[in-house]
Design a protein around this ligand. Structure first.
Ligand code: EPZ
Length: 430
């Protein structure tokens, strides 16, 4: 059993070989699960990763009256299937205690509003990586005719006569607000245009599922999505797309540890900007008919610069892992974080492992060192934890990563996947 106080121990230096199966995307699974609220018929989702955040979303949906039936997969990386039946909603409130634990809980607000005409959802509050407001979600609700009231830390939204199609123009690109808008527009009366929409593959995946449920959507994958509302959506089956952040993380793991690994069940187009970056670092990447083959021989990685940006740019969710790689590279790398204002919490931990990183505002200047040194470290958020695991693969001696519960939120059995590929890594139970 995986418990909160587990630790992960890594002995650095082993090269990676063989294959690593890539799971379904957490950040696609969460909005897809919320989409079940839009229909009274069951939504069946396959390739759902077994993660703490997914279990958390299922618990929230059950609280709202959804019957959620989980069928676990039998093979590592294959995920499981959720059958989500929202025939009747018994609740339209998501409490603070629920939302503060996982911000993606806010994604139930749009579907509840669209289906039930009312929702009361706690404001998420800040989190470890930044302030992360929800003003853009609320703007989208208002654009579709909803009344939005803030009271005592809650957002209360209502549309007694149903939502009406409208023009939503986002001043900044937001993944979550685009997803909420898309789900609401699917059931709004008339046409909705979502301008400056986020183009992350998880949004197209949600759109494809909504279309399978009977929605009328065009422009998926572009920054202008057009939705013609329908009176009701029906049941459907959908398979969650592969996790591009997990793909990038293991590609960086090979780049940092050296070796050759095939990442199976994934696709190059999902990690877009990451491929040329990895090539410049000195890693070879080839598409295979099962996924992506990543190879780096004994030569040290070369330092390159990166700036995070919305898709198809370099993802903020890979910034910490990339920094671990650059910490061991030859030369100086400048890494700029433009999405979240406080996403360098992994830096003090990397410094404990002998990395040479200086923060200058939204930039980190990373001077690569020949060899990191193992140390006890702890994580503050999900992606930061994975960067410490990666650093441990390249470090001399033993690294102990504490607060592994962060990792379990978004990486399915990371230690097992890496250990099967030759890493010396194990989970120590509390
Ligand atoms: C999604 O969060 C992901 N989460 C995040 O992954 C990811 O880091 C982020 O997109 C950016 O790619 C899920 O998909 C569940 P945003 P989201 O709205 O939707 C600002 C992980 O590790 N903003 O695109 O919350 C916001 O503060 C997580 O898996 C507003 O100002 O991100 C940020 O600066 C962490 N007002 C920027 O926009 C709003 O109403 C982008 O945030 C909404 C967002």
């Amino acid at each position: 059993m995986r418990v909160a106080m587990d630790r992960i121990r890594i002995r650095g230096g082993a090269r990676l070989c063989g294959e690593i199966p890539i799971s379904g995307a957490k950040n696609a699974a969460l909005p897809l699960m919320a989409a079940c609220l839009l229909s009274s018929e069951p939504l069946t989702l396959a390739n759902v990763p077994q993660l703490a955040d997914v279990e958390f979303m299922a618990a929230l949906l059950r609280h709202l009256g959804v019957r959620a039936e989980w069928q676990p997969g039998t093979v590592l990386g294959e995920g499981g299937t959720y059958i989500l039946n929202a025939a009747e909603l018994s609740e339209t409130t998501a409490d603070y205690d629920i939302v503060r634990k996982m911000r993606a809980s806010f994604l139930v607000s749009g579907p509840l509003l669209a289906r039930a005409g009312y929702a009361k959802v706690s404001l998420p509050g800040g989190c470890a990586i930044g302030a992360r407001p929800v003003d853009l979600h609320l703007k989208a609700m208002e654009a579709l005719g909803a009344e939005v009231v803030l009271e005592e830390g809650y957002v209360v939204v209502s549309a007694a006569e149903g939502l009406k199609g409208g023009h939503i123009e986002f001043p900044v690109v937001s993944v979550g607000a685009t997803e909420n808008a898309l789900m609401m527009a699917a059931l709004a009366q008339g046409r909705t245009v979502i301008a400056n929409a986020a183009r992350e593959p998880e949004i197209a995946d949600l759109g494809i599922c909504l279309i399978a449920m009977g929605a009328k959507i065009s422009g998926l994958g572009t920054s202008q999505i057009v939705v013609d509302g329908v009176p009701a959506l029906h049941g459907a089956q959908h398979s969650v797309l592969p996790d591009r952040i997990e793909t990038g993380t293991y590609a960086f793991a090979v780049a940092i540890a050296g070796g050759e690994v095939e990442l199976t069940g994934t696709r190059g187009e999902l990690i877009g900007a990451v491929i040329p970056l990895l090539e410049r670092v000195g890693t070879e990447i080839a598409e295979t008919n099962r996924g992506l083959k990543i190879h780096r021989n004994g030569v040290r990685p070369i330092a390159v610069d990166a700036t995070t940006a919305p898709f198809p740019g370099f993802p903020t969710d890979l910034q910490a892992q990339f920094m671990a790689l650059m910490a061991t590279a030859q030369g100086v790398s400048h890494i700029r974080e433009t999405i979240f204002e406080n996403r360098f919490m992994h830096v003090p931990e990397l410094l404990r492992m002998g990395a040479d990183v200086r923060i200058e505002g939204d930039r980190a200047v990373v001077s690569g060192v020949e060899r990191l040194k193992g140390a006890p470290v702890m994580a503050t958020d999900l992606r930061a934890s994975s960067s410490l695991v990666l650093a441990g693969l390249a470090a001399e001696g033993e690294t102990m990563v504490h607060r592994v519960y962060h990792l379990d939120r978004g990486f399915e059995r990371m230690e097992e996947k890496l250990s099967r590929a030759g890493a010396e890594i194990e989970r120590l139970s509390a």
